[in-house]
Design a protein around this ligand. Structure first.
Ligand code: HAM
Length: 433
């Protein structure tokens, strides 16, 4: 019978143990830092009712119209794999009544995990990718917008990244957008025939989406479009100026990009993106994005509660860390490799390996009955600092042979004294390095 081979789905990746080790380090930095800012971790389902995403991300966004992995389950419910984290968190916020008086405000959460978008795979763009994100609910303060930006910037700096740009913009409140919408339609209408068909559809439904179009013919027209910043209501101007003043206070440099709209429809007032100019990510230069969303909680049946958040793309983050030589070190090497020679050494070598592990060391041994030479090769491959050899002659004397792989020095230690001797030996070896 012919063997079947399988490949992973397009746009997905296998993350192998050495890489997972690095991911965990990167995630640990986020956990420690976000905890310092008062954010607790939340874990919401990977799939939700389709409506959770359709309502929040907006029915004119690519994420909803083109990229959602949606399906009908066996009970004929319309479900979708989450394309982003915010909608599920808002759903959970409402469902668990996290707006209740017993909860501290702002209510702050972070999350990390896989997201799914049916996009054309390319560098930095996958169909299953991962985000580290955060959301804070229940405060309109511009200081909270700035805290979110400061937390991402701190995080990326803690990881050792350089050459990042913080781009900010304001989409204003509903009043600002109503005024801008009309001005934008008035500007775009005369160019209707030159616009891409997607943008033609969006012009009436949601003209701001046209600003986010990737089609070259649209981009040329959009470049001359009026700026939302000229249409902000007095309240939005005040918020926008306060955000800038606070960023200045914290010495966080930023650029204003008045054409930025973001790919999801739920934002108002402050939006931001963090980009790299690193060439390896030229088509996917945005490492993180976020902003304020004032209507979502209400939309999901909760009391009117503003939210603000961001998400970082982990794959892009890792590519950038690699490009800047800042990836965390690989998994640490093995401390001890136990070489066993002959059947009679099997039990003793397993016992010794376990003793070493119980002392807190990384210990490995051979399970393939290989020759001593092959086992020493394995020891080298694992980077073992010490090799312990147990064979018939050692067993007879009640000892093990201990070799320091760096110095080449070897001596015998009584099996009974191994547990007491090892910490001293390790300490001495560390000091000698
Ligand atoms: P987003 O801009 O759609 O925002 O995604 C955030 C980040 O996820 C992007 O900047 C990018 O790094 C990464 N990303 C997005 N799509 C892909 C993909 N196909 N492959 C690889 N990486 C990708 C959001 O998702 C919002 N929920 C952020 C937010 C939270 N806003 C408020 N709160």
């Amino acid at each position: 019978m012919a063997k079947t081979t399988f490949q992973r789905p397009k746009g997905t990746a296998d993350i192998l143990p050495d890489q997972v080790y690095q991911w965990q380090k990167i995630e640990a930095v986020a956990r420690t830092l976000f905890d310092r800012y008062g954010f607790g971790e939340i874990r919401t389902p990977i799939f939700e009712n389709f409506e959770v995403f359709a309502r929040s991300a907006g029915d004119t966004s690519d994420v909803v119209t083109k990229e959602m992995y949606d399906f009908h389950d066996k009970g004929d419910r319309h479900m979708a794999l989450r394309p982003e984290g915010t909608a599920g968190v808002v759903r959970a916020y409402c469902e668990n009544k996290l707006y209740g008086p017993e909860h501290e405000k702002p209510y702050k959460v972070f999350y990390m995990g896989p997201m799914f978008r049916y996009e054309r795979p390319q560098a930095g763009r996958f169909r299953q990718f991962h985000q580290i994100g955060a959301e804070a609910f229940g405060s309109d303060s511009p200081a909270l917008d700035v805290e979110m930006i400061a937390m991402v910037v701190d995080y990326l700096k803690n990881l050792g990244l350089k050459n990042l740009t913080v781009a900010i913009n304001s989409l204003g409140d509903a009043q600002s957008r109503a005024q801008y919408r009309q001005a934008l339609i008035d500007y775009l209408k005369p160019h209707f025939d030159e616009l891409s068909s997607d943008s033609q559809t969006r012009l009436e439904k949601n003209p701001l989406r046209v600003l986010d179009s990737k089609a070259p013919q649209d981009q040329a027209i959009v470049a001359q479009a009026p700026s939302i910043l000229d249409f902000l209501s007095p309240a939005s101007v005040e918020h926008w100026q306060a955000v800038q003043a606070l960023l200045d206070q914290l010495n966080i440099s930023y650029e204003i990009d008045s054409s930025m709209v973001r790919g999801l429809d739920y934002y108002n007032d402050t939006i931001f993106e963090i980009m790299t100019n690193d060439e390896s990510l030229s088509g996917a230069a945005t490492i993180a994005g976020g902003g304020r969303y004032s209507g979502l909680v209400e939309e999901f049946g909760g009391p009117a509660t503003p939210g603000v958040g961001f998400a970082i793309g982990v794959e892009r983050l890792i590519s950038l860390l690699a490009a800047q030589g800042q990836l965390p070190a690989d998994q640490a090497d093995v401390d001890f490799y136990v070489v066993n020679i002959g059947d009679e050494a099997q039990v003793a070598s397993l016992a010794v390996t376990q003793q070493l592990r119980h002392l807190g060391y990384k210990a490995q041994r051979d399970y393939l009955d290989r020759s001593a030479k092959a086992q020493f090769k394995s020891a080298n491959r694992t980077g073992a600092r010490f090799v312990i050899t147990i064979g018939a002659s050692e067993l007879e004397k009640g000892v093990v042979a201990l070799k320091n792989m760096a110095s080449g020095q070897q001596h015998e230690i009584s099996l009974n004294e191994l547990t007491q001797a090892v910490p001293t030996i390790m300490q001495a070896a560390s000091q000698g390095e």
